[in-house]
Design a protein around this ligand. Structure first.
Ligand code: SF4
Length: 281
């Protein structure tokens, strides 16, 4: 095999919001012994196991959290009713909501205070989107341009975006909304770490023979990165870790770009790079 030149995207591994939440979860587990969390902190099995071993207990329902156990609210935000329930029950709340997600909540409330129907561009059912929607009286959630065509006419609308949305998808949706709504205000709430990752991914996909995207197959964010990369470079492959690497992918290749979803630990990316490097020795 040829010697391979490997370039890893500048921003890989957890975004700062997720890193902060994981650190807060470890610290809380150390302080309190056990800490409850509603759902997983990040779509990554290795991180989840590590947190469980340090004392984090995952519950799917707030009513199941034992009295006296503190609860950590995750980086992508928590529905308003869960905040109310936790307060009612007198649970200690450790708020690990990413400050950039907080800004989306504020932006959506601002739009509503202007008398606008708030349209959230994001994945319906995703925790971040649900948490944003819970702040508002009558929001509309749309994920695709097709959804945008279906919404009923409104006079005044405001748009916020799930922090991890892809710019191409948002562009398509906005094009439809502009044709339907006259008084439309858009607040771009795609977060800076997401924007940086998307532009680095595109640059790598165009400039390398093979692209590897590292991340869990349960992570919507990683799957989207893979689909963008595939459009720019058909030799794009998603792997969960080094064991998924297939030597045949690198036949006649000289350059390899590596990117990773926002929920992929740095360590796994390094292991993948090492495995590819070993193939070319
Ligand atoms: S993706 Fe952006 S908004 Fe979401 S947790 Fe990470 S930094 Fe915060």
């Amino acid at each position: 095999m040829n010697s391979l030149s490997i370039t890893i995207a500048k921003d890989v591994g957890f975004c700062f919001g997720v890193k902060r939440a994981i650190d807060m979860a470890h610290n809380a587990a150390e302080t309190y012994g056990k800490v409850a969390m509603l759902g997983d902190i990040v779509h990554n099995e290795i991180v989840i196991d590590d947190l469980k071993n340090s004392g984090v207990v995952v519950y799917q329902n707030i009513d199941d959290i034992p009295q006296g156990m503190p609860v950590l609210f995750r980086s992508h935000g928590t529905r308003k009713e869960f905040w109310e329930k936790a307060r009612e029950r007198g649970l200690t709340i450790i708020d690990a909501t990413c400050p950039l997600v907080d800004e989306i909540h504020k932006a959506s409330q601002l739009l509503e205070s202007e008398g606008r129907t708030v349209i959230i561009i994001g994945d319906s059912g995703h925790d971040e989107v649900e948490a944003i929607a819970s702040q508002l009286s009558n929001p509309i959630v749309i994920a695709t341009a097709k959804d945008a065509f279906k919404i009923k006419p409104v006079k005044k609308a405001g748009v916020v975006l799930q922090s991890t949305q892809f710019i191409e998808n948002v562009n398509q949706i906005i094009t439809v909304l502009i044709s339907k709504i006259q008084d439309l205000r858009i607040i771009n709430t795609i977060c800076t770490p997401t924007r940086n990752r998307q532009s680095q991914l595109k640059e790598l996909a165009v400039n390398n023979d093979v692209m590897i995207i590292v991340g869990s197959f349960t992570s919507a964010n990683t799957k989207r990165l893979t689909s963008i990369s595939s459009r720019l470079n058909p030799r794009s492959y998603q792997v969960q870790g080094p064991d998924d690497i297939q030597p045949g992918w690198f036949k006649d290749a000289q350059t390899v770009g590596i990117s990773a979803g926002a929920s992929t630990p740095d360590e796994i990316v390094r292991k993948v790079a090492k495995k590819i490097n070993n193939l070319s020795i």
